[in-house]
Design a protein around this ligand. Structure first.
Ligand SMILES: Nc1ncnc2c1ncn2[C@@H]1O[C@H](COP(=O)(O)OP(=O)(O)O)[C@@H](O)[C@H]1O
Ligand SMILES: [Mg+2]
Length: 238
């Protein structure tokens, strides 16, 4: 059996002296959609930051079965792992088009970069209409579309999504999740979603991890989670 695309083994991370994540084991297979659920402050963003190399960690991060010794955002991007940070991370003083170009920095320049920009402007028509507009003038929903498109411009094998839904209107969120589901189903891009909004995330994920105060409280197939009354009440509210 081939190794999973991403593995975190005994992963711990935090800020200065305070350890937020403790001993996390997590895997994402090629083409898989996995969701990490957890309350505000559980450590979801910290987990994403540790995996993408924005903060240091102890334990191991493996890609394709090999330990990554220098976990840094540029190195992870070259390994095919692209992150949509919480709060979007779009370059607000650059145009939509230039944001998308920046998303392709890890690729060889060529006509296929412009073709991908066109493609994402079709997937998200509001971006198509505003290609030459400064990103900071877009609405919150449009900026999140741009963040998704920009992360996809590197043609990643794994997309890390940190609370894509945060602060957005339900219709916008639904549209974004539909695109993420299609990215996963049609392109075979693996996605690791971190969400407080469990309902939509569970629709596209086949596996779930529950994060409670920095540790994995449980994990398993999505269907098991939906049929577990206690978990459903705590995370889905019914
Ligand atoms: N930059 C930081 N410096 C110090 N502590 C932080 C920082 N960011 C987050 N924390 C703390 O780490 C814990 C987990 O935060 P976070 O990973 O953002 O949770 P989540 O994304 O699940 O809401 C919280 O207790 C939070 O206060
Ligand atoms: Mg967070």
């Amino acid at each position: 059996m081939s190794a999973p695309l991403l593995e975190a083994v005994g992963l711990s991370a935090g800020y200065g002296q305070s350890n937020v994540l403790r001993d996390i084991d997590l895997t994402v297979g090629a083409g898989e959609a996995v969701v990490v659920l957890g309350a505000n402050g559980a450590g979801k963003t910290t987990l994403m930051r540790a995996i993408s190399g924005l903060i240091p960690h102890t334990g191991e991060i493996r890609v394709d079965g090999k330990v990554v010794t220098k976990v840094r955002p540029d190195a992870m991007l070259r390994l095919g792992i692209s992150q949509i940070p919480q709060g979007r991370g779009t370059l607000t003083d650059m145009t939509v088009r230039d944001n998308l170009r920046v998303g392709a920095v890890s690729r060889k320049p060529g006509p296929d970069v412009a073709e991908d920009i066109d493609q994402w402007c079709t997937v998200f028509p509001p971006l198509g209409k505003r290609r030459d507009q400064i990103a900071g003038t877009l609405s919150g929903g449009e900026q999140q579309m741009l963040a998704v498109a920009r992360a996809m411009m590197s043609r990643p094998r794994l997309l890390l999504c940190d609370e894509v839904s945060l602060g957005l209107a339900p219709l916008i969120v639904q549209g974004l999740f539909e695109v993420l589901a299609r990215v996963n189903a049609e392109r075979g891009t693996a996605v690791l979603l971190v969400e407080q909004n469990a309902e939509l995330a569970l629709d596209i994920a086949s596996r779930v991890y529950l994060l409670e105060v920095g540790s994995v409280a449980s994990s398993g197939p999505t269907e098991e989670f939906r049929s577990n009354d206690a978990i459903r009440r705590a995370y889905l509210g019914y």
